[in-house]
Design a protein around this ligand. Structure first.
Ligand SMILES: Nc1ncnc2c1ncn2[C@@H]1O[C@H](COP(=O)(O)OP(=O)(O)O)[C@@H](O)[C@H]1O
Ligand SMILES: [Mg+2]
Length: 315
């Protein structure tokens, strides 16, 4: 049988997308600092390995070509690494097995990665969305859109990339392709009572059903995209200030996700007047920056708790 421990500690693989060791997210000073602080806590319970990209995956939770966290740095690891727990920050679509676990399992990963699937699973929480591939499909879907503006987005995009929001009759000329998702516009211009006066995206990060972080992102002036990568500003706030109606959406999502076992994801909503709508689910929420302070330690500790629980559940 494969040895999935090192020096008596379970092997934890943190899998990132293809790249060099110091590529994104480590290329960001804030992310690197947060991961290092997380590893300093987690190393007491896990032997920690970093893997870059799916090309290093050998099946059955086994990887090659990784790096070991040695307590203060990352050093190249020669030979195979058999994980007991994989924290998937890359594109691994897997469910684990009798002797290894993955956060998150394939189904949860797919539902949040592919936004047409999110619509299919949570139609009541979202405004209408149509999967389109061609110009005729675009035109047919556009007719069904009730809002003045419409939103085109890639099916598995991130950081606001490729998203176009325009008046319905002006949208087509801005598109470079028709393969994507056409969504009704959620008009968040009225803000969230007590939180923000205008356009926004409210994020709730959930780990094994527990709300561990909430923040609001506000697009920069003149933009409708709240992503920080698009110039949006980010403000963490106390869960006590989170409207019950937003919490309710997160609860409904978690009710559906509970069957997938140990889980880490975030739920993003926007208020149109008093009604929140789901923007998207992200199954790889970014680690918090130290300077945000509010949820930093708790976020790390709760994530570690989820990974430990996944390890414990194994034989
Ligand atoms: N249907 C929509 N109505 C209004 N604004 C939207 C809609 N979809 C996305 N947005 C805006 O675009 C941003 C990014 O969209 P999102 O679906 O979260 O994609 P990404 O995965 O790229 O972050 C949101 O934070 C929001 O500001
Ligand atoms: Mg988003």
């Amino acid at each position: 049988m494969l040895e999935r421990k090192t020096d008596g500690k379970s092997n934890l693989v943190v899998l990132f997308k293809e790249g060099k060791l110091m590529s994104y997210p480590f290329s960001s000073k804030d992310y690197l600092e947060s991961y290092r602080d997380f590893f300093k806590v987690a190393e007491k319970r896990f032997a920690i390995f970093i893997i870059r990209g799916m090309s290093k995956y050998r099946g059955d939770g086994v990887f090659t070509g990784g790096f070991r966290w040695n307590g203060s740095n990352f050093v190249r690891h020669h030979g195979r690494i058999a994980a007991r727990v994989v924290y998937n920050k890359g594109r691994l679509v897997a469910d684990g097995g009798a002797h290894w676990a993955i956060i998150n399992v394939s189904e949860l990963h797919r539902i949040s990665r592919y936004k047409d699937l999110t619509h299919k699973i949570f139609p009541k929480l979202m405004k209408r969305g149509y999967r389109i591939y061609s110009r005729p499909q675009f035109l047919r879907a556009l007719k069904k859109i009730q809002s003045q503006k419409a939103v085109f987005k890639p099916v598995d995009g991130f950081a606001g990339q490729g998203i176009i929001i325009k008046e319905k009759d002006k949208l087509m000329t801005s598109l470079r392709r028709f393969n994507g998702l056409l969504e009704e516009f959620i008009d968040t211009s009225q803000g969230v009572p007590g939180l923000t006066p205008s356009y926004h995206d409210v994020r709730m990060t959930i780990m094994d059903g527990k709300l561990v972080q909430c923040y609001i992102r506000v697009p920069r002036h003149g933009s409708l995209l709240a992503n920080v990568a698009r110039g949006g500003s980010l403000h963490e706030f106390s869960p006590r200030r989170l409207p019950r109606t937003a919490r309710h959406i997160a609860n409904l999502v978690d009710k559906r996700f509970k069957k997938y076992g140990h889980r880490v994801y975030s739920v993003d909503v926007g208020y149109e007047g008093s009604k929140p709508f789901l923007f998207e689910i992200n199954d790889q929420p970014g680690v918090p920056h130290k300077k945000w302070e509010r949820f930093y330690r708790e976020w790390h500790a709760t994530l570690l708790g989820v990974l430990l629980a996944a390890d414990r559940d194994l034989r």
